[in-house]
Design a protein around this ligand. Structure first.
Ligand code: ZN
Length: 122
């Protein structure tokens, strides 16, 4: 059973970057599942946040079942996600894992996702 943690996430609106305190579920060292937000509030979807920087490492309108499935590529990647953002971005394994996530979550339609409901057993 996971415990929850508080994650500082960042949103960007033009040049304005804003910090938000958000509940997160630890996914792997350096990564947490958090609600997806934009400047106006929740999107209804979920994302994986790089906890050291507060930036999302995945597309951010994914339903939770699809995110949990696709996020295994991040968990299993040979990447130290606890490093700072610039170092992670420069790591080809991190880039590949993020691209794999995008591929795996490609069919997710976010808050209306039928694939996610099936994945969750409904
Ligand atoms: Zn989905």
């Amino acid at each position: 059973m996971n415990t929850f943690t508080v994650v500082t996430i960042l949103t960007q609106d033009g040049a304005q970057i804003t910090e938000h305190q958000m509940v997160g579920e630890p996914l792997a060292p350096g990564l947490a599942i958090t609600p997806a937000v934009h400047t106006g509030g929740f999107t209804g979807g979920w994302t994986v946040t790089h906890t050291a920087s507060g930036w999302s490492v995945t597309r951010s309108n994914v339903c939770l079942p699809c995110l949990r499935r696709a996020a295994q590529t991040l968990v299993n990647a040979d990447v130290d996600w606890t490093r700072n953002r610039d170092t992670v971005i420069a790591d080809p394994n991190a880039v590949m894992a993020s691209e794999d996530f995008t591929d795996l979550a490609r069919d997710c339609s976010g808050t209306d996702c039928v694939a996610g409901l099936i994945e969750a057993g409904f």
